[in-house]
Design a protein around this ligand. Structure first.
Ligand code: ZN
Ligand code: ZN
Length: 140
């Protein structure tokens, strides 16, 4: 079902159909600039161009370029200097959703949660045993 949305790129209103996040006008502009970026990167001497250089040479916005890299339209494996910001802290990365530092942080947090859950389970088992012992005692 169509829904009226604000285009995040130009702030204009458009009919959102689920296909694109921006209005048709901006979508066409994005396609044109994507073509330009793609042509630029296809040249052998530009394979290792940095994000800044691509932005300078093609006029693409950094935000758009990051979106393409993140979505895999432009792959860092092919263009070694392409990167995009970590979802968590904004550090530039070339794969995954978050940087190594944040991955480690998350892992640590997860370990703490798991350890806490372990303790709770152990306490519950202990309490259950205690209760059983008490019941046996009061029965005899
Ligand atoms: Zn727009
Ligand atoms: Zn990060």
């Amino acid at each position: 079902m169509a829904e009226i949305r604000n285009c995040p790129s130009c702030d204009g209103i458009f009919n959102y159909t689920g296909l694109r996040d921006v209005c048709p006008l901006c979508a066409r502009e994005e396609e044109e600039i994507y073509d330009k970026v793609h042509k630029f990167l296809r040249r052998r001497e530009n394979r290792s161009a940095t994000v800044e250089r691509i932005v300078q040479e093609t006029g693409v916005s950094t935000r758009l370029l990051f979106t393409w890299v993140r979505k895999g339209h432009l792959h860092p494996a092919k263009f070694p200097n392409l990167c995009y910001p970590c979802d968590n802290c904004g550090n530039l990365i070339t794969s995954g959703k978050i940087c190594d530092k944040c991955t480690n942080h998350l892992k640590k947090d997860l370990d703490i949660v798991e350890a806490a859950e372990d303790t709770i389970v152990r306490n519950e088992t202990y309490m259950a045993h205690g209760k059983m012992r008490n019941e046996i005692k009061s029965n005899s």
